[in-house]
Unconditional design. Sequence first.
Length: 364
Amino acid sequence: MLRSRVAYAVVVLLCGCQSSPTGSEAAPASAAVPRLPKTAGEPLLSRTRPLMSTVFRIQVASPPDDAENVVRDAFGEIERLETVLSEWRDGSDIFRVNQRAGSKPVKVGDDALRVIDAGMDVSTWSRGAFDLSWAALWGLYDFRPDSFKIPTAEDIQRRLALIDYEAIRISKRYSTVLLKKRGMAIGTGGIAKGYALDHAGAILRGGGVENYMIFGGGQVQVHGRRDGRAWRVGIQHPRKPGSYFAALESTGASFSTSGDYEHAFFDADGRRWHHIIDPKSGRPARRSMSVTIMTAEGIYADALSTAAFVLGPKKALKMLSRIAYPAEAVIVGADCRVYLTPKAEKRIRWNVELIDGRLPNCTP
């Protein structure tokens, strides 16, 4: 059924998924923060900062007097987490774990331990569709516009043996992490941004900021209200840039979108290559166009959107119904058909009319 066109308080532009295995931490293809519609409602404080190889935006509705300082502190926390969780930064906890793969356990701080532990949860729930050790594929692909590169089957095969989340050992008692195989590597690109949103949100609420939205690289967290109503998070049409086919409403949730439309290129045969890699094949996952996950915590929304994308609609819905952690999903399959979890069906606000359950203007 066609619903009335909604005015979005925030939009999900970039896919929140594991970093592309290029071997360098390149900025996203579109680092632009979404332009939001001007409204005649309550005051809105909006600030942006480039962090974690993307652009973060924090918006505060009806900002209290000290909101500027609190927002600055929230950005500072994201920056701190980047220094701890980036696999690219020499001396970070994740860098040190990777450096000693196949050697001995590495003592890490609470943040790295939490992120790796949550990543192991999703790796287990998805049976490896999300795998923290995907980073063994670094350097094989290059999705930058001027230097696209596709690895050979032989190159991929040599690396696949190093992708094995079951070979990651965590000791909560001693705060250590061990990668059992030499050459293994953990990548936090599919989970760290969500964790950063959780921490930034906690700082905002602790500083008296109750009505806010945080956006960062396909991750969104909302709390409270704007203009007296719930925040609306738009879901991008995977084949129509800048167009949003629906929105989800919430007064307190985290969202993550993974899609095949970012960091993507077409080869000479017209085949799409994108950066969401299936850890079992080493090739781009082909069962979905986009997945939007809504949960209480950004850390799980981030990882689950990647897992669900790789699994494909039917297996993803089965996984979400099986796990104890509550999560809702809007999934666009490779055939343009839209799949929803039960609670998402109640929260979604359509902006288009589906045709036989499929998105209009959508080409597989």
